[in-house]
Design a protein around this ligand. Sequence first.
Ligand SMILES: [Zn+2]
Length: 420
Amino acid sequence: MPAEPDIALAEGLFASLSRHSVDEPGHTRDAWGAGEEKAHEQVREAARDVGLEVTHDHAGNSYMTLAGADREAKAIVIGSHLDTVPHGGNFDGAAGVLAGLAAAAGLRKAGVEPPRDVIVMATRAEESVWFPNSYVGARMALGTCPPDLVDTIRRSDTGRTLAEHMEDLGYDPQAVREGVRHLTPERVGTYLETHIEQGPVLVERDLPMAVVTGITGALRFREGRVFGEYAHVGAAPRTHRRDAMVAMAEFIAQAGQAWEEMEEAGHYLLVTFGKVSTDPEMNAWSKVSGEVHWTLDVRSVADEILAEMGDRLARIVAGIEQRHGVAFEFGPDTGPRRAPMDEAVCARLKGIADALSIPCHEMPSGAGHDAAAFVHAGIASGMMFIRNQFGSHNPNEAMEIDDFAQVVRVFTAFAESGGF
Ligand SMILES: [Zn+2]
């Protein structure tokens, strides 16, 4: 029988994390601020109490290690983040850290010495609402942050630089400038992360968990424009108008149509126009729109799907330009690269779930997670989702501890076996 995880430890920590970060409605653990720091202190203390080796790196990421039989062998890292968005839920991020702790503590209690080190990692600043960049803490650990990042990005609420926030807490921005790497592909063989599902798929399918096949990449246009011509609403006949708003409406409708067709052809993608606006300085109720600003986000786990949708959007726009005499500009594509999970790790996670008779879905993640930083650093990674009602980034996350426990059983068995 595989060792059982210490779910009671995780339950106690969920409760104490919640108590120390209540910010009605919901919870706030600010990145490289008092809220996140307190959460790190709590998990480090709990890890010390169960006999794990506790350290942190130059960025303040926490590491809680259960020593393996071969300390030179590449380690398994199980991690996620402890920050939240303002007034977020208690489980987004924390579930991944506490899953690792429950697994490591369970193995230690059972007297199991795993074949290789099991390192529970709590990262910093995964939520880019605080600092406008992705997976900053994880990337600092991996040495993949640009050297000037700590001096060029500022926290959204305080306006102070990342370096200043790190120094406040006694961490070392100079190490980031020098590209110090705390985790390397030579040291880490596998990265595992679990996260609450942030959509309705598992609730609707009545399944407790899923193996995540990959994190979607995106086409992301934040500075799209349509240029037409301002005109008098009473004087300009339809056939003489170059109406940017009408062109925009057609663009949205046709992009939606293309999305539907690609889905019907069996391709998974997500298409969203987030912001669409006329220029309030220039436009009025009595004017035909001469300019519309828009943003567009297209996500998929497959590069060829993103490319095909990009081609379709270009053709759609060319047709609308001709018909309405307008001009579209997409601006720069600032979308993140996709991050496919390792097929062997996914197969192993699914195999363990099957062996434990835990029903398990397979699905991509449309949201970014720390695992993407590990994939991009060349480390084989696997992710699992936990069923969760009411989405995330809001106070109503409603993960059931029994669903959490099922995923942790899979991770515990993975760690106990050394992965493969
Ligand atoms: Zn998260």
